[in-house]
Design a protein around this ligand. Structure first.
Ligand code: PLP
Length: 380
């Protein structure tokens, strides 16, 4: 059996011809495919507006930027996330604070958010960890009470549904939602990202920042002497997505429900196979939530099986089962140690035990069973 990685893309002949068709067309960038992809994301999520960008980190960067929060104010995110969820605040001069996690969902804990809120707090960035939406009802209520902005980092969660059945990205609980289309994520454009919002004003600002702060929009121009003319209104970036990427995204998005079905099938299979193992905890899905599982994270009691995580990873690797740790607490990194970081005991405890095992739609039944056998053999 060949190496089974913890996650990987699924590319079909249709995906490939979508990309090669663009290569034969007139536009490789700034053509029709990007807005077609944006419209498809609006249709999938239910949001009014979408801006596709170069990657998920760029999406977070400009989502924070368009809120125009003065430097020195604070934002709160989770310690168990990829560093980009916090870095986007630093790009904009904000001070990140880290809240602890809920020990069942591994998502940011609203009561820990409350403890971190003070006069300087302006922004909350919950992350829908492993695909399961954070407790957005409580978080949005908290934000409303305290007058805070909310950006959902949904890099893991395209296709996931909140408890009310609506889709992540519809922004009913937030100002903006960001996505990533890196190859390990649920759908891919190679590199890519997007922001959804229901605010026309934020949408306009996002469009400006994606493209150097430059506009040709007659409603914004201060004068319009001729067809060559444009104006720069903000200090923006080149965060555009290319046409080939957008074409791949459209093709991938059309397979999202198929991806979700297969991901959930594998999760059910694993859950049943591991249910009786005392030294391993399977993921917990909250009532009425429908997660488009991005990761399958198990918690292993390494003391009980008398093997360290390093030994377990090496052993599984020798059986061609790839694993990964999601995530090293952001608070532990030397860069963030320079800031006042609050203790996150649940996050630290989770980090001691977590391990992501293979989950991706192209996994075969034989691969799935092989992973289960390899895990079972850990305690033999
Ligand atoms: C992947 C990821 C990002 C960044 O996305 P890129 O497209 O890799 O820049 C941000 N937040 C989380 C939680 C992620 O997993």
């Amino acid at each position: 059996m060949k190496m089974i990685s913890y996650g990987r893309q699924s590319i079909t002949e249709e995906d490939i011809s979508a990309v090669t068709n663009v290569l034969k067309s007139d536009y490789l960038t700034q053509g029709p495919k990007v807005s077609e992809f944006e419209n498809a994301i609006c249709a999938q999520t239910g949001a009014k507006y979408c801006v596709a960008v170069a990657n998920g980190t760029a999406a977070l960067h400009i989502a924070v930027a368009v809120l125009n929060i003065d430097k020195g104010f604070e934002g709160i995110t989770t310690s168990i996330t990829f560093v980009a969820s916090a870095n986007c605040m630093r790009y904009n001069g904000l001070v990140p604070r880290f809240a602890d996690i809920n020990d069942k969902t591994y998502n940011i804990d609203p009561s820990s958010i409350s403890e971190r809120i003070n006069d300087k707090t302006r922004l909350l960035i919950p992350v829908h960890f492993a695909g399961q939406p954070a407790d957005m009802v409580t978080i949005s209520e908290l934000a409303q009470q305290k007058g805070l902005y909310v950006i959902e980092d949904a890099a893991h969660a395209i296709g996931s549904q909140y408890a009310d059945g609506s889709y992540v990205g519809n922004c009913k609980y937030s100002d903006m939602t960001t996505f990533s289309f890196h190859p390990v994520k649920t759908i891919t454009t190679g590199e890519g990202g997007a922001i959804t919002t229901n605010s026309k004003e934020l949408y306009g600002k996002l469009l400006l920042l994606r493209n150097h702060g430059i506009t040709k929009d007659e409603n914004i121009l201060t004068s319009n002497p001729g067809p060559w003319y444009y104006e720069m209104h903000e200090l923006g970036f080149n965060y555009r997505m290319a046409e080939m990427q957008a074409a791949l995204g459209i093709s991938q998005l059309s397979r999202l429900s198929e991806f979700k079905k297969r991901r959930r099938e594998i999760v059910s299979f694993y859950n049943a196979a591991f249910a009786a193992i005392q030294w391993l905890a399977t993921p917990w899905e909250a009532q009425d939530i429908s997660s488009c599982f991005h990761l399958y994270v198990v918690k292993i009691n390494f003391e009980e099986i008398k093997r360290s995580r390093k030994q377990v990873m090496e052993y599984l690797f020798s059986k061609n089962v790839g694993t990964q740790v999601h995530y090293i607490p952001v608070t532990s990194f030397p860069y963030y140690q320079k800031f006042k970081v609050d203790a996150c005991p649940q996050a630290d405890r989770y980090y001691e035990q977590c391990l992501s095992i293979p989950l991706f739609p192209a996994m075969t039944d034989a691969e799935m069973m092989h992973v289960v056998e390899a895990i079972n053999s850990l305690a033999l």
